[in-house]
Design a protein around this ligand. Structure first.
Ligand code: SER
Length: 350
């Protein structure tokens, strides 16, 4: 792969931001904000983007991050200043096809890191690489351990139980390697070709999109299903507790970390936290906002075990200290100020 920063006519290529997984939940939210800030976005997704997202991008590639030829084309056509690598196969889907999950989540991430390193070499400067990791990186050994170790920091309990979680830890480590050690013995080695920054996100709730293939999906699913006047069978027990945040907070965190001066960062991977409701807390608020809502708890033992392996809360003091992370909402105010107004408008139940 070669990435000459000039076009054949000798003009310097315009710098763009590459967003993989652009058609996913986080892609939607991120591209909205990046495009409002006037950035030139090149999107990549396995599926055709919907017209709204596509219109905010300068270019869009439909294809697989494991397709070397596709990445070569992107590498040849654009000078990439920053990569937001969002494409992934999530935790529930990954357990039905673990090898495919590994291929997409790890080999795909490796391909993107290599692309970043090649771009850095051609440009003579490091390329920023933003990588959403996940609470799935954690693996609490038992429900008792989860209850006694309520708040977990980035370096504890990282023996994940899902392929997706194992893949996210691998992605974090690969990013750190590309940043600090890539081609350690090569004579022409470039120092720090990749500026790797990652956030371990909790479950994310969006008012605009409904998640698919994840295991924290019960929270947002309950809200969206009930808002449509339908009954919801929640696949975890009422006492199940993991952290969540809203999509605007997740996007804000990603952009704040991207904007932070490198010298302030003491780690590559940060926790961020907002609120940690139980599934019963979700039920309480949806019933308050949609009186008559029907919610039943019908635990799926496999998915329950996955959520039981994720901590109740994450210690985000490093993110607060290093780059000023603060959440916008409490659980209650997320419902009142963000979710309910948009969801009522969306489903016409104002
Ligand atoms: N929301 C993701 C999942 O459930 C966790 O990152 O897989």
């Amino acid at each position: 792969m070669s990435a000459d920063p000039h076009t054949p006519s000798g003009h310097r290529r315009e710098k763009v931001i590459l967003v993989t997984g652009a058609g996913g939940e986080m892609g939607h939210g991120l591209i909205d904000v990046l495009s409002c800030d006037g950035n030139q976005i090149v999107a990549m997704d396995v599926r055709e983007l919907d017209a709204g997202v596509r219109s905010k991008c300068r270019d869009a590639f439909v294809g697989d991050i494991c397709d070397g030829g596709l990445l070569e084309r992107v590498n040849a056509q654009y000078e990439i200043g920053e990569i937001f690598h969002l494409a992934a196969l999530l935790s529930t889907r990954g357990e039905f096809a673990p090898e495919t999950a590994h291929h997409v989540n790890v080999d795909g991430t490796l391909n993107l890191l290599k692309l970043a390193a090649e771009q850095a070499r051609a440009q003579g400067q490091g390329v920023k690489f933003m990588f959403p990791s996940s609470i799935a990186a954690y693996g609490m050994p038992s429900v008792e351990a989860k209850r006694t170790n309520r708040v977990v920091n980035e370096d504890q309990f990282t023996h994940a139980h899902t392929m997706y979680g194992v893949n996210k830890v691998a992605g974090e480590e690969l990013g750190r390697y590309y940043q600090d050690h890539y081609r350690k013995l090569a004579k022409d080695r470039m120092v720090r070709p990749v500026d790797f920054r990652s956030i371990r996100f909790p479950g994310i709730i969006s008012s605009d999109t409904v998640p698919a293939g994840g295991t924290s999906d019960y929270g947002p699913e309950m809200i969206h299903v009930v808002a449509q006047g339908k009954a919801y069978d929640c696949f975890v027990r009422p006492d199940t507790r993991i952290p969540f945040m809203t999509m605007p907070e997740a996007i804000d965190a990603l952009l704040r970390l991207a904007a932070a001066p490198k010298e302030r960062l003491t780690r590559c991977v940060y926790n961020v936290s907002a609120f940690s409701p139980t599934a019963a807390d979700f039920e309480r608020l949806v019933k308050r906002d949609f009186p008559g809502a029907q919610v039943s708890f019908v635990p799926d033992l496999g998915r329950q075990a996955i959520v039981d392996s994720w901590p109740e809360e994450c210690d985000d003091s490093a993110a607060r200290r290093d780059w000023g992370w603060t959440p916008t909402y409490t659980f209650e105010s997320a419902f009142e100020k963000y979710l309910m107004p948009k969801i009522r408008a969306r489903y016409g139940k104002a």
